[in-house]
Design a protein around this ligand. Structure first.
Ligand SMILES: C[S@@+](CC[C@H](N)C(=O)[O-])C[C@H]1O[C@@H](n2cnc3c(N)ncnc32)[C@H](O)[C@@H]1O
Length: 380
């Protein structure tokens, strides 16, 4: 069994000391328990798993100070506000260590880490994204505006790094807000392209510095293929992809459906989805920038054959469920990273829908998190 050197202190992976096959059993039995708890009559398909290690395609590290030395790492398990200096991250990438070492070396003794309580300091976060199938890396340094980055030195040192993958994009993000979150207030491209391109099955997806992209590229390849397989498209279906993000599921289905509409609230994500459709030469898809609730309140969706739902962790509001149940489509695929809200919503759908199956996908090994897909068919 492999153990990360930071396991005892890191707030990230909580299950590393449990053998992976047992983690999978635990997650499966958690879903079984929820089926019983919510009194659903549904087939539970076996859990899917892929890579146990190095599966994440994005991490956000935070700068801080330890004994007056600059550190960059993650938050501690117990003292959550405290950081530790990260040397390796076994769920992310072997590239993390050389990148973090270089960044600390270049920035130490020159800049102060940001300190929330005084709102003073410069260095806030380091965001690293890497594609798993095309081997590209994007690095974004997030700072306040309280100092001036020596851009030339930063770029020169990082670009010269010898890594297993290629650094194709280097950003400087400026953000003066008090919030601890990574906020892309001002984006400056320092070097390379403003995006990296991931390949999921045979589709290309551009990932910009602030794009939402599912964090497990291996997992989504499998999940999207499964949705495509279960949908058994004939070329006649009209598909509605709610909470479509950068268009991933919709683009997969568009290749065999008549037409797909994707609904997403954030303008820049919709623009990213349109770029992805063009990049893949897919024309039978259209993206609508709207709140799902407003969209459902205004549009008649009774001619839709398949609805795909992939909401944020909070699930669906009562109003949204009411709209969906008022104009029920024959089939629904509901995918979620929060089993509790998924089951709550499924229970509400079960008055008009047969919940055919639930299939867990372990997108997050060594953590308690789990993605689940549910397939619903309208009752006659
Ligand atoms: C879990 S992500 C799913 C993205 C996409 N389906 C995928 O697989 O990459 C949820 C998406 O819903 C969007 N979203 C959140 N609230 C929304 C709302 N009220 N209306 C429309 N989209 C929303 C978010 O911006 C995000 O892109």
């Amino acid at each position: 069994m492999r153990f990360c050197q930071h396991f005892s202190i890191c707030g990230g992976c909580q299950y590393q000391d449990i053998p992976y096959f047992e983690q999978l059993k635990m997650k499966e039995s958690q879903i079984k328990d929820m089926i019983d708890f919510f009194e659903l009559s549904v087939e539970l398909k076996p859990i899917n798993s892929y890579r146990e290690w190095f599966y994440r395609n994005k991490m956000e590290f935070t700068f801080g100070k330890e004994d007056s030395n600059l550190i960059c790492g993650l938050h501690r398990k117990k003292e959550k506000r405290e950081l530790f200096n990260l040397r390796e991250c076994l769920i992310f990438s072997p590239c993390a260590e050389p990148i973090l070492n270089k960044v600390r070396e270049v920035l130490k003794n020159r800049y102060l880490p940001y300190e929330k309580f005084s709102h003073r300091g410069f260095l806030r976060h380091l965001v690293i994204r890497e594609t798993k199938f095309t081997d590209e890396i994007m690095i974004a340094l997030v700072t306040t505006t309280q100092d001036k980055l020596d851009q030339e030195a930063f770029v020169k040192e990082l670009v010269a790094l010898k890594l297993e993958k290629k650094i194709s994009s280097l950003f400087w993000i400026l953000n003066d807000r008090v919030s601890d979150a990574v906020i892309f207030e001002e984006k400056r491209l320092l070097w390379g392209q403003p995006f990296i391109t991931e390949k999921i099955a045979n589709l290309n997806f551009r990932i910009f510095v602030d794009s939402f992209f599912q964090t497990n590229s291996y997992g989504i390849t499998h999940l999207y293929k499964k949705i495509e397989e279960y949908a058994q498209l004939t070329g006649e279906e009209r598909v509605l992809d709610l909470y479509c993000g950068v268009g991933s599921i919709g683009l997969f289905l568009a290749r065999r459906a008549k037409f797909v509409w994707g609904v997403e609230i954030k303008k820049e994500i919709v623009e990213n989805a349109i770029v992805n459709a063009q990049l893949n030469g897919i024309e039978n898809i259209s993206f609508i920038c709207s709140d799902v609730k407003r969209f459902l309140a205004q549009k008649d969706i009774s001619n839709i054959d398949i609805v795909v739902i992939n909401p944020p962790r909070c699930g669906l509001s009562k109003k949204i469920k009411k709209y969906l149940l008022k104009m029920p489509s024959p089939r629904i695929f509901y995918s979620s990273c929060n089993p509790y809200t998924l089951f709550t919503d499924l229970k509400d759908f079960s008055s008009l829908y047969r919940i055919v199956f639930i299939e867990p996908f372990d997108f997050f090994p060594h953590t308690p998190h789990l993605e689940c897909l549910a397939f619903l068919e309208r009752k006659n």
